[in-house]
Ligand binder design. Structure first.
Ligand code: TRP
Length: 468
């Protein structure tokens, strides 16, 4: 039977020093390129308003209960996600095979970090570009050329990808608690402050009305079933849920911390930063005649225009890309930690060995994404380049599948005693809402979105006479 208190189990990797340290670590994981690079680009390619609406719904009804589930499972199991799922599966009288969900998450972490590091490398490159003053007075054409020069050169992209991976490996090798806390505490507010300042610029110099309308006037006809799936995927990607990253961090969470309040705080912070970033970027896009559907380069082709026009723009650009790099770094660390914890616990490797091994494999995999923008840019299959396919496979397939399994596990496999024990401090209303979401709302939403994406839903609705 399930044990009644998990207090006896302790993590093998130490614990966060406080609830605040944990909030900072999870926010550091959540806030990253997903908010500033991916959200605007995916919202832009999917038509704007309707996508944003579905994204917000997915965050609230699937993302939040899933984040709570990951944290409570992580804290209860106190192991890497694979071992935690196996342990809890047995303990709850189900099967140890739930470890396969954890294993899927480890695979997803390899794939996501492999391209994440390449995009983070672009941000690193833009620190120097900003400082060198190349953006000063540049028009859209010139800014586009600067971006194309960077991504077109596999050696330059590979260099910055290598630097980013090295930095990520070093932090994980030293143990994630050390250093992360201070960094997030200072840098995240700084990033927020800078975004608010840029919002001021966009309001004055951008086409703010059009940007606002693009983001918040839902034109449902513009949204394809793929777009709905992409919104779900973006919600998961941005919140870092669906593969066990938050579960791995939850394993180091002190017993007394409130999981509900922590999750709400992280979800609000992450979503605000994504929306803010869209509100900065789209007005600049429209004021300069750029295409909101330009794709993965959108942020790198729009923000530099603003930096080039504002007084002191080189300094602002440098600081902005520096902060973006840090935000990406704290996210990259959270992607590397679960596989590293897994290899340490299951293979008996030291932290340094595991971080180097896993990081090294991811670094090599990253070359597929590096080449996607230059020598292999003509290799197009399924969803596009290697990068496009990796991005789609992970965000739109692996994370939703993993998230579905996790939320079903927490809602249906874990008995009420176990989950209410973990969510104890906020038992009552909040607990019942979480459990209802985890059992019904979140799983059903994911199933419907998948059925919709494979084209099964609309014929059914038509047959039932619900749509025409
Ligand atoms: N959420 C991060 C971002 O928005 C990326 C990230 C970190 C992530 N850890 C993750 C995405 C785990 C999915 C799963 O940039």
């Amino acid at each position: 039977m399930a044990q009644t208190a998990s207090a006896r189990r302790t993590s093998l990797h130490g614990h966060w020093s406080s609830r605040l340290a944990f909030i900072l670590a999870v926010s550091g994981s959540a806030v990253g390129l997903g908010n500033i690079w991916r959200f605007p680009y995916v919202a832009g390619t999917n038509g704007g308003g309707a996508f944003v609406l579905v994204y917000l719904l997915c965050v609230a009804i699937v993302g939040l209960p899933l984040m709570m589930s990951e944290i409570l499972m992580g804290r209860r199991g106190r192991r890497n996600p694979v071992a935690t799922m196996q342990l809890l599966g047995e303990e709850e009288g189900s099967t140890p095979n739930w470890k396969l969900v954890g294993a899927g998450g480890v695979v997803a972490a390899f794939l996501i970090l492999s391209f994440y590091s390449v995009i983070a490398g672009w941000a690193v490159a833009y620190i120097w570009a900003g400082a060198s003053g190349v953006f000063t007075g540049a028009d859209a054409q010139r800014v586009g050329d600067i971006f194309a020069d960077l991504t077109g050169s596999w050696s330059r992209t590979a260099l910055w990808h290598t630097a980013f991976m090295a930095g990520t490996i070093i932090v994980v090798a030293r143990g994630v608690e050390r250093g992360l806390e201070q960094a997030v505490r200072v840098l995240m507010p700084a990033l927020l402050g800078l975004l608010i300042m840029l919002l001021g610029y966009s309001m004055v110099a951008g086409d703010f009305a059009r940007g606002l309308a693009f983001m918040f006037e839902p034109k449902l006809a513009d949204l394809s079933s793929d777009g709905v799936l992409a919104a779900l995927g973006q919600a998961f990607f941005s919140l870092s849920v669906g593969m066990g990253a938050v579960m791995a961090y939850g394993a180091y969470l002190p017993e007394e911390a409130s999981i509900t309040r922590t999750s709400v705080a992280v979800v609000l912070a992450d979503t605000s930063i994504a929306l803010l970033s869209g509100l900065v970027i789209f007005p600049i896009v429209f004021a300069n005649g750029l295409d909101p559907a330009a794709g993965p380069g959108l942020v790198f082709q729009s923000l530099p225009l603003a930096f080039g026009q504002m007084p002191g723009g080189s300094v602002v650009a440098t600081i902005f890309f520096l902060l973006l790099t840090f935000a990406a770094w704290t996210s990259g660390i959270s992607l590397l930690e679960p596989p590293v914890a897994y290899f340490m616990e299951s293979r008996g490797l030291t932290r340094t060995a595991a971080a180097s091994l896993v990081g090294g494999i991811i670094w090599v995999l990253g070359f597929l994404s590096v080449f996607s923008f230059n020598i292999l840019s003509n290799v197009i299959f399924l969803k596009g380049t290697f990068f496009d396919n990796l991005d789609f496979l992970t965000s739109s397939i692996l994370l939703p599948l993993g998230g579905f399994a996790i939320v079903v596990f927490a809602g249906w496999v874990m008995c009420e005693n176990s989950t209410s024990d973990e969510l104890d401090p906020e038992a009552g209303q909040a607990y019942r809402m979480w459990r209802f979401s985890a059992r019904y709302i979140a799983p059903i939403a994911v199933i419907l979105i998948f059925l919709n994406a494979i084209g099964v839903l609309s014929p059914v609705l038509q047959a039932l006479g619900l749509t025409d």
